[in-house]
Ligand binder design. Structure first.
Ligand SMILES: *Cc1c(COP(=O)(O)O)cnc(C)c1O
Length: 390
């Protein structure tokens, strides 16, 4: 049985008629840049997330870059980021000649560890960028308290987490000063190419983001500030408007798939009742944990990725791929170990949790249309590997 890590075709097939019509409508209008679909998507997103302003942009990376530009980040400013994330979180900081300051992650959620932030704050610290990794909120109360005390802004990287609720019920991306999202096709709300959006509850900042999206131009050909071409395509906005109303049902399916995994892992004797075991146990699987599950908010975790931890990670990866099961490592190299950040002279021993996660974690298929049978096959195959490697 083939189990791809992600298959986007069934989702498209289920909405084909509506999406094709929406795309055709944009083509017929020949209105490709800005226009009504962008404005309507921004309204829809504000309504869905419960925030004041949303500005459609060209990608999740550009969302982060634009956010930092709107906060006037200058060369030499220090920006606190987790060392364990997708490259864009740190790349945008370095592109502005600011200094990324890396923080180790939490061993359960893989999100930035707030306890390790305070010691890295200096008078130059301007922004903290928590990432809501894999579709679960970072610890925002702690992060906001630190930010408030030291007068630091908070830019949320919600690229993997649109629709995720924090423990107080607020949607991520509406909690800090600016929220950043990606509509890259493989994200849980994906368009047909690159796309993203920034969100804020600060009207002044929202207006600045809007103007900087188009070269800082307002009115036309008059520039009070320097922005860029950070526009979202009208075609992408049209696709996203069709998809957004289905996001919660897809997230629910992902959560259901996660609970099916737990059930089968327990049945196979690879995990205990809570779905978790002490990690040093050999030939066992450490399952992801939804830490805000008991808060009463349905979107406490949306499983953009489903990450397990095993002690023989690389051999298991090879085994699964041979059996045509899609899997991936998010992420094999934390930022502090990347060649391009050698100049920062980070101490490797400051990041034991991320270093560990980079060697023992593995992402399994979790997309909404996955069948019970496929999930069982993945677990059976892992059980087969564990048995053989005892
Ligand atoms: C995907 C991703 C981004 C970048 O989004 P793009 O749309 O691909 O530019 C940024 N941060 C995180 C955590 C991501 O997963």
């Amino acid at each position: 049985m083939k189990v791809p890590l992600l298959d986007l075709k069934p989702q498209y097939q289920s909405l084909k008629k509506e999406i094709d019509e929406a795309v055709q409508r944009v083509i017929d209008s020949q209105y490709f840049i800005m226009g009504p679909d962008i404005a309507k998507l921004e309204e829809d997103i504000c309504q869905y997330l419960g925030c004041k302003k949303a500005v459609g942009v060209s990608s999740g990376t550009d969302a982060l870059l634009l956010a930092l530009m709107a906060l006037d980040i200058q060369p030499g400013d220090e920006i606190i980021v987790p060392t364990y994330s997708f490259f864009a979180t740190a790349g945008v900081v370095a592109r502005l000649n600011a200094v990324p300051v890396f923080i180790d992650c939490d061993p359960v959620t893989f999100n930035i560890d707030p306890k390790k932030i305070v010691e890295k704050i200096t008078p130059k610290t301007k922004v903290i960028i928590p990432v809501h990794l894999y579709g679960q909120s970072a610890e925002m109360d702690e992060i906001l308290a630190i930010a408030k005390k030291h007068n630091i802004k908070v830019v949320e990287d919600g690229a993997q987490a649109i629709g995720v609720q924090y423990k107080d019920g607020k949607f991520v991306g509406t909690i800090g000063d600016i929220g950043c999202f990606s509509f890259f096709p493989s994200k849980n709300l994906g368009c047909f190419g690159d796309g993203g959006i920034v969100t804020t509850n600060d009207e002044v900042l929202g207006e600045k983001l809007r103007i900087m999206r188009v070269h800082g131009m307002e009115p036309k050909y008059y520039h009070k500030m320097i922005g860029g071409n950070f526009r979202l395509d009208a075609l992408q906005a049209a696709v996203l408007r069709v998809k957004l109303p289905h996001l919660d049902s897809w997230s629910a399916k992902r959560r259901e798939n996660a609970s099916i995994y737990t059930k089968y892992f327990i049945e196979a004797g690879l995990a205990n009742e809570e779905g978790r075991l002490v990690f040093d146990s050999k030939n066992k699987v450490l399952l992801p944990k939804a830490i805000y599950k008991d808060t009463g908010h349905k979107n406490h975790h949306i499983y953009n990725q489903y990450i397990i931890r095993v002690d023989k990670r690389n051999p298991l990866l090879d085994f699964l791929r041979k059996k045509e099961i899609g899997c991936e490592i998010y992420y094999p190299v934390p930022f502090h170990r990347q060649e391009c950040f050698e100049y920062l002279n980070c101490k490797d021993e400051d990041f034991p949790i991320s270093n560990g996660a980079s060697t023992d974690s593995i992402a399994l298929p979790i997309y909404p249309e996955l069948t019970d049978e496929q999930i069982k096959f993945v677990v059976d195959t892992i059980a087969e590997f564990m048995k053989a490697s005892k």
